[in-house]
Design a protein around this ligand. Structure first.
Ligand code: WTA
Length: 705
C-alpha cells in the first residue's frame, strides 16, 4: 500500500450533515465558518480559551493563573486543585446521576456457536455483560483505593497495571487517581520483559494484574507473566512488594496458585528482602471500607505514566499531569464526537486501555463527559467475523472509534459481515493511530456509516494527550485520507528545518507552536530525552522559542487540510501500534545465534507497516566456525524469541539473513537503503558512496532473486 501516492490523488469531499438527521439536537460546532472563527480566537488567546474549557471540570480550588510557559516546560492552571476520579465519578453521583450507566462491559464469549446450531443466540454461551453505574464505580474505586493504601501505596507512588479489558481495569486506574498514585498501564499483549523494564524505570513497587484474560477463546497468562517479571526485577535488585490479582478466568496452573497474602511457588525468594506477596483482589477488597475520600491533587501532579516506543531500544515513560490532561481530553472528546452528557448515547472505542487511545477515549474523556462508554474484551474475529457489528447492533452504539488497520481487515473479510447487522444507531465514526488510505475510508463510510455518518480521522499521539488535528463532525467537510484541521486551541503547522511555515502542498515537519494543556510534561527520569526528542529540533525562527515536534512528516493542501505522511524517525506503526525498530533489534541480538540485526518497516496491505529484519549470525557459515545455519528453523525460532521478549505484535513478517549489514564509514547502519531493499525497490536510489562494503549491498540484492 503506497499511502502517500494514493493520498495525493484524492479529491472527493464530504460535507457535514444536519445534526437532526443523526439524532443529535445540535452540533457543538455547526459550520466551517464557526470553527474558523473559534479556532482563530483560541489561537490568538489560548489562555482565555482553555480557562473557559477548564471551568467545565470540578475544581477543589481555583487556579491562580492559567499558564506558566518557560519553554519547553508548561504549567497549566497553576495552583488549581482537583482530583481525576472525582471528576469521572463522584461529581456525577453528587449531581444526582449516581444510578446512571457509566460503563457497559462485554466479556469475550466463551465458546463459538458451532456446537449450537439451533440457538437464537449466536453464542454457545451468551457473552457476559455488566453495566456499572457511577455509584457502583464510586464504591468500587473507594474499596480498591483502600486496598492499595493497605498495601502501602501513597500519594505520588507509581502503580503498575497489567490487566485484561474488564471493568476492574477501569476501577484500578480510577482507584490510583483517587489516592493520588500515578498509574502506569502496560498493554496486556506485552511480554514479561516489557513489564519489568517499565516497572523498574517507574520505580514501581506494586503491580495490579489478573490471573488471566480471554482472547479468541484462549487464556492469556497475565499472572504468570507478572511472576516472570517479578523474578527478572529481583535479579536486578528491584523488589516488587505486592501484586494484587483479580480472578478473571480461574484457570491458573498449579504452579501459580497462591493463598491471599502469600508468594506463589514460581516466584523466587531473595535473601535481601521479604518475597513479593500476592493478594487476591476479591479477598482484600472485601476486607476494607467502601469509603475513601478523593485526594486533593495539584493541577500539575502526575496523573499517569504511559510508556511509548522511541528510536532507542528503551521505551519512554510519557508523563501526563492532572488539570491540563483532564481539561484537554474533556474538550476534545466532547467536540470530536459531539458528546452530550446523558445516556442517549453509547460510545465505543475498540482500543485497549493499555494504549493512550484507551486512556483518553475509553476512560477519562467519556466518564468526565458523562456518556456511557463500552468496554469489550476479546477480538474482532471471535466467535466470528461479525463480533464488532453484533456489539454495535445489540448495544445501540452511537459513536464508534477504531483503527485503520482494523478497517482494512474488515474489508478483507467482506461486506457480508456488516450487512447482517442493524447499524442504524451509529452517528459518528472515528479512526485513529495511522494514516487511513482513501479506499478504507470510503469502505468505512459506505458499509459501516451507510453513507450517513461523518468520519473523524483523528491525528494525535501519546505525547499530545488527545486529538490535535481532526474534523469536527458538524463543521468540517472531510476528504478521505486527511485528518483535516487543527483542534480548537492547537496551533499546528508544517515547517521546514528552520521552523519556517511551508506553503500549500510542500511536505515538511509537523509541529505545534504554542503549548496546550494535554501536552506531555516530561519523559520520566530522562530530561535529556524529553528535550532532544520533542523540543530540540524545531524553533521559532524569530524568537528562538522551541516548537513541539511530533516526528511525523506531513503537508497541508490548498484548503489548509493536513495530510500526515508518517514517521520520520526509527519507529514504525504496526497495526496502529507504535514500535521502535531498536526494540525488535535488541530482542533479536539477545538470541545467542545473532550477531547483528537491523529492522525496518515496509508497507503492508493490512497492518500499515510490516516488519523486516536483516540478521547476521555469529560465526559464518562460510568459515570453520559455522555457528547456526540460516534456515527456516532458525527463522521460526527467532520469530518466537521476539514474541517472547517484546510481545506478539513485534513478530517480524520476514527475517532475511545477511553476511554483513550495509554501514556508513562512521558505522551507522544504512536504514534507508535497507528499507528500499526490503520493499523490493528496483534501483538503489540513495547515494551509496559512503557504503563501507559494496559487496554487502550486492549480496543483499542477490538474496532477493
Ligand atoms: C500516528 C496514537 C496519521 C502518527 C493516538 C503519530 C496517525 C503516531 C494518526 C502516534 C492519524 C496517529 N493519521 N497518523 N489519524 N493518528 N498517527 O503515540 O505517526 O500510539 O505520531 O498515539 O501515530 O502514536 P501513539
Amino acid at each position: 500500500m503506497t499511502n502517500v501516492q494514493t493520498l495525493l490523488k484524492e479529491h472527493r469531499t464530504f460535507p457535514p450533515v444536519p445534526a437532526e438527521t443523526l439524532g443529535f439536537a445540535k452540533w457543538h460546532v455547526g459550520s466551517l465558518e464557526e470553527y474558523k472563527k473559534l479556532h482563530a480566537r483560541s489561537i490568538q488567546n489560548p489562555e482565555a480559551f482553555w480557562a473557559e474549557e477548564a471551568q467545565k471540570l470540578a475544581w477543589f480550588q481555583h487556579w491562580d493563573h492559567v499558564l506558566s510557559w518557560d519553554a519547553p516546560d508548561a504549567k497549566w492552571f497553576v495552583n488549581g486543585k482537583l482530583n481525576a476520579c472525582y471528576n469521572c465519578v463522584d461529581r456525577h453521583v453528587q449531581s444526582g446521576h449516581g444510578d446512571s450507566c457509566a460503563l457497559v462491559w462485554e466479556g469475550e464469549p466463551m465458546a463459538p456457536r458451532t456446537s449450537h446450531p439451533t440457538a437464537a443466540s449466536k453464542y454457545a454461551s451468551e457473552p457476559e455483560i455488566k453495566r456499572v453505574t457511577y455509584r457502583e464505580l464510586q464504591e468500587q474505586t473507594s474499596r480498591v483505593a483502600n486496598a492499595l493504601k493497605h498495601l502501602g501505596v501513597k500519594k505520588g507512588d507509581v502503580v503498575t497495571i497489567y490487566m485484561p479489558m474488564v471493568p476492574e481495569l477501569v476501577i484500578a486506574i480510577l482507584a490510583c487517581a483517587r489516592i493520588g498514585a500515578a498509574h502506569s498501564v502496560i498493554f496486556g499483549g506485552f511480554a514479561p520483559h516489557a513489564i519489568s523494564e517499565r516497572a523498574m524505570d517507574a520505580h514501581s513497587r506494586v503491580i495490579i494484574t489478573a490471573d488471566g484474560g480471554y482472547r479468541r477463546g484462549e487464556v492469556v497468562p497475565l499472572q504468570k507473566n507478572v511472576e516472570e517479571a517479578v523474578n527478572q526485577l529481583a535479579n536486578h535488585g528491584h523488589i516488587i512488594n505486592h501484586v494484587l490479582v483479580l480472578k478473571r478466568t480461574g484457570h491458573e496452573p498449579p504452579s501459580t496458585r497462591f493463598a491471599s497474602g502469600t508468594t506463589p511457588a514460581n516466584v523466587k525468594a531473595t535473601s535481601i528482602h521479604p518475597p513479593t506477596k500476592f493478594h487476591w483482589w476479591h479477598d482484600l477488597v472485601a476486607r476494607v471500607s467502601d469509603a475513601c475520600p478523593c485526594e486533593v491533587m495539584d493541577s500539575e501532579d502526575m496523573l499517569f505514566l504511559l510508556y511509548t516506543s522511541g528510536s532507542t531500544g528503551k521505551p519512554k515513560g510519557i508523563q501526563h499531569t492532572t488539570g491540563g490532561y483532564l481539561t484537554f481530553v474533556n474538550t476534545t472528546a466532547r467536540l470530536t464526537f459531539n458528546l452530550v452528557p446523558d445516556t442517549s448515547q453509547m460510545f465505543w472505542c475498540s482500543a485497549d486501555i493499555g494504549w493512550i487511545t484507551g486512556h483518553s477515549y475509553v476512560l477519562y474523556g467519556l466518564l468526565m463527559n458523562r456518556v456511557p462508554t463500552l468496554l469489550f474484551e476479546g477480538a474482532p474475529n471471535f466467535p466470528d467475523n461479525g463480533r464488532f457489528w453484533d456489539i454495535i447492533a445489540r448495544h445501540k452504539v452511537t459513536q464508534f472509534y477504531t483503527a485503520p488497520t482494523a478497517i482494512r481487515t474488515f474489508m478483507k473479510w467482506g461486506t457480508e459481515w456488516p450487512e447482517k447487522y442493524d447499524l442504524s444507531s451509529l452517528r459518528v465514526l472515528g479512526t485513529v493511530g495511522e494514516p487511513i488510505n482513501p479506499e478504507a475510508w470510503i469502505w468505512y463510510h459506505e458499509n459501516i456509516g451507510r453513507k450517513r455518518c461523518p468520519i473523524v480521522d483523528t491525528y494525535w499521539q501519546t505525547e499530545t494527550g488527545g486529538h490535535v488535528v481532526t474534523p469536527l463532525p458538524g463543521a468540517t467537510p472531510t476528504k478521505p485520507g486527511s485528518c483535516t484541521l487543527p483542534m480548537l486551541g492547537i496551533d499546528a503547522a508544517i515547517v521546514n528545518e528552520q521552523g519556517e511555515e511551508l506553503g500549500a502542498n510542500q511536505g515538511g515537519l509537523f509541529c505545534i507552536r504554542k503549548p496546550w494543556p494535554g501536552m506531555l510534561r516530561g519523559v520520566y527520569g530522562n530530561r535529556e530525552r524529553f528535550i532532544s526528542n520533542y523540543w530540540g529540533r524545531l524553533k521559532d525562527p524569530k524568537t528562538g522559542t522551541p516548537f513541539y515536534f511530533s516526528a511525523d512528516g506531513a503537508r497541508r493542501d490548498e484548503d489548509g487540510y493536513f495530510w500526515v505522511q508518517g514517521r520520520v524517525d526509527d519507529v514504525i506503526k504496526v497495526s496502529g501500534h507504535l514500535l521502535g525498530t531498536m526494540e525488535v533489534e535488541s530482542a533479536l541480538v539477545s538470541h545467542p545465534a545473532v550477531a547483528e540485526a537491523a529492522v525496518v518497516g515496509v508497507p503492508h496491505e493490512i497492518k500499515g507497516s510490516g516488519i523486516v529484519a536483516f540478521v547476521t549470525l555469529k560465526g559464518s557459515w562460510a568459515t570453520k566456525n559455522p555457528g547456526r545455519q540460516p534456515d527456516d528453523a532458525l527463522r521460526a525460532e527467532l520469530t518466537s524469541h521476539v514474541a517472547k521478549e517484546v510481545g506478539a505484535l513485534a513478530k517480524p513478517d520476514q527475517i532475511r539473513f545477511a553476511e554483513g549489514l550495509p554501514k556508513t564509514r562512521s558505522g551507522k547502519i544504512m536504514r534507508r537503503l535497507l528499507r528500499d531493499v526490503a520493499a523490493g525497490v528496483e534501483k538503489i536510489t540513495q547515494d551509496t558512496t559512503t557504503l563501507e562494503d559494496f559487496s554487502v549491498v550486492a549480496k543483499l540484492r542477490a538474496d532477493e532473486e
